[in-house]
Structures are given as C-alpha cells and as structure tokens.
Design a protein around this ligand. Structure first.
Ligand SMILES: [Mg+2]
Length: 319
C-alpha cells in the first residue's frame, strides 16, 4: 500500500519575472510524495496558465490522485484519465523515484553530466541590463526574454554587455513572419546561438517559410508539448525545448528527446520556474541534451531542496 500527498510551496523570485505574456513575483508549485513507509519518491508540479493549468484544475485532479492507495490503482487511473501535464509530471516522477533504483539504466541513457546552463534575463528596462549581467557574470550563455520587434534594443544592449552566446526567447510574441524577419535583420551580426518560439504555435505555415529563409537556429518551445508529430515539427524548426512539466516527466521527456534526435532536431532540456527538485530531474537527462536551460531554481530566493549548484557556468547535482 502507498500513501500519496501533495504539498503546496510558494516560491519567491529574485526578480520580477516578466515575459511576453505575463509577469509575476512568485510561483506556486506542488510537491508530490509517494511512500510505502520505507521508500519515498518525490516529484514536482509547476502549473502553467499557458496550457490551461489553473489552480482549481490542479487541486481537483490532486484529490483524484490522492485517493489511490496502491501503485496498480494509480497506474490504472493514469491509463483512464487525462491529467494536467505538470501534475502528471509530478506524479510520474515521484512514482519513478519510488519504484526504480537505477534511473539511468531504466531510461536507457548514460549517467548525467554537469553542463553549462543558460541564465535567463526577463524583460527589463534597457538601462538595467548591464547591472543584471554583471551580477550574474558566472554563466556561459544568457537567454533573453523579449516581446517582439520593439525589444530589439534589449538584445543589442545585451550583446554590448557580454561576449558570450545569446539565446533569445520571444514566447510567441511576434504575430507575423514579416515583423519577425525585420527583427532578425536587426540582429544578424550578433552572437546568437538560437531563437526560441518567435511566433505563436498555431503559425506552423509561417515557421515552415521561416526555416527556408532564416540564418538562425529556430527552436520550438510552446509548439512542443506531450504528443508531438516530429515529421511535421521538423519542417518548421531546427531544435526543440523539451520540458518535463510539458510532457509528463522524465520518462516521456527522454523518449521525446531520442525521437527528436532521430529527426535531426537538436534537443534542449528546459524548465519552468521550479525548485531544484524538478531541475534535478531534468538534469538527470543531460547526457542526451545538446543544450540545457535549467536556471529555474537559480531564480528563486527560497529553494526548499538545495539539490543542485553552479560550478563556473555549469550546473551540477549536489550529493
Ligand atoms: Mg521558452
């Protein structure tokens, strides 16, 4: 018999987390614990409103999950009912940690390796960027959030403040291909490693056009969730941002990454604002990553788990 509990955490951010669709000073996540009294498995749920994951929805689904008193019952529930992906992530990862001793051989991947992570720059005022980069100078690569063409000056300012590679994330902010291409023209000589989800996920036709014209590495984030048609996705993108919270946990994320590579897509493991518990789960998969963007817990004032740390710009598991 097992006991499943969820605990809600308020996670305070070090900065005002402003991206193209919203801004916030804190995040509320849930930690799932599965135990039989002897073994314990933990997993994290970081709900995202972009995917319709309201507090009401998550908390009503938590009630269903907590009624399960055996692993078989829990697995049956997951076979018959469709859960919010972030809640599925928490529960499946808790169960995996509860049941499996050797995660790497279970997932058929090499052990984790410490690797550089990008560090995110939310949408700031232009004059705040120099100080933000100075205070966070240890990272090997930065990822700047923008809204659309009007933020091109933020990217130019960042490139004046660092020689390190820059990743750009527009979170679907460009509403036409024409506007995006104007932006690209403005930044064509800068040290840009990749550009994440410039346009809405619904604009696949525009992405297909863009892939023919662009000089940059275009990465899908909001365009990839749990069930992915890679044959279609590869027509519009060069790379994918796989997040455990979007795809239901470590096991599915590892499967998606292997599948993406078969289609010649590069793989980044990314994250939401989450504690080092969720980050450590993504870091477990680093041996099959081309890039990591796992700064979620590094943006927190109060990480309750302390499972990861930075070594230079590289992120590693504590033990
Ligand atoms: Mg993104």
């Amino acid at each position: 018999l097992i006991n499943i509990t969820f605990k809600k955490y308020q996670l305070d951010l070090k900065v005002n987390w402003k991206i193209s669709r919203n801004e916030s000073l804190f995040k509320e996540n849930y930690i799932c614990e599965i135990t039989d009294g002897a073994r314990v498995g933990l997993g994290e749920c970081a709900p995202n409103v972009r995917y319709g994951e309201s507090t009401e929805l998550i908390e009503s689904q938590i009630e269903l999950i907590q009624k399960c008193s055996s692993v078989v019952e829990l697995k049956n529930l997951f076979g018959t009912y469709s859960f919010a992906h972030s809640l599925e992530c928490a529960t499946r990862d808790a169960l995996l940690n509860f049941e499996v001793d050797d995660l790497y051989s279970y997932l058929k991947i090499s052990p984790y390796q410490s690797m550089s992570t990008s560090f995110s720059i939310p949408i700031l005022k232009k004059e705040e960027i120099a100080d933000y980069v100075k205070r966070n100078h240890e990272y090997d690569v930065y990822k700047i959030k923008i809204t659309n063409l009007k933020d091109v000056d933020l990217v130019k300012e960042l490139s004046l403040q660092t020689n390190k590679p820059i990743r750009i994330d527009a979170n679907e902010g460009f509403l036409s291909l024409k506007e995006y291409l104007e932006f690209e023209n403005e930044i064509k000589d800068l040290n840009i490693e990749l550009i994440e989800q410039p346009m809405p996920s619904s604009m696949l036709d525009e992405y297909i056009e863009l892939k023919k014209e662009t000089r940059f590495n275009i990465m899908a984030d909001e365009s990839i969730e749990k069930d992915v048609d890679f044959k279609e996705l590869v027509l519009g993108f060069h790379s994918v941002n796989i997040k455990l919270q979007k795809c239901g946990g470590m096991e599915n994320a590892a499967e998606l990454a292997k599948e993406a590579k078969k289609h010649n897509l590069k793989v980044m493991f990314g994250c939401m604002i989450e504690t080092s518990l969720g980050i450590s789960h993504a870091l477990n998969l680093s041996s099959i990553a081309d890039y990591l963007d796992l700064d979620g817990s590094l943006l927190l004032k109060n990480d309750p788990f302390n499972l990861i740390s930075l070594d230079g710009g590289k992120i590693k598991l504590n033990n």
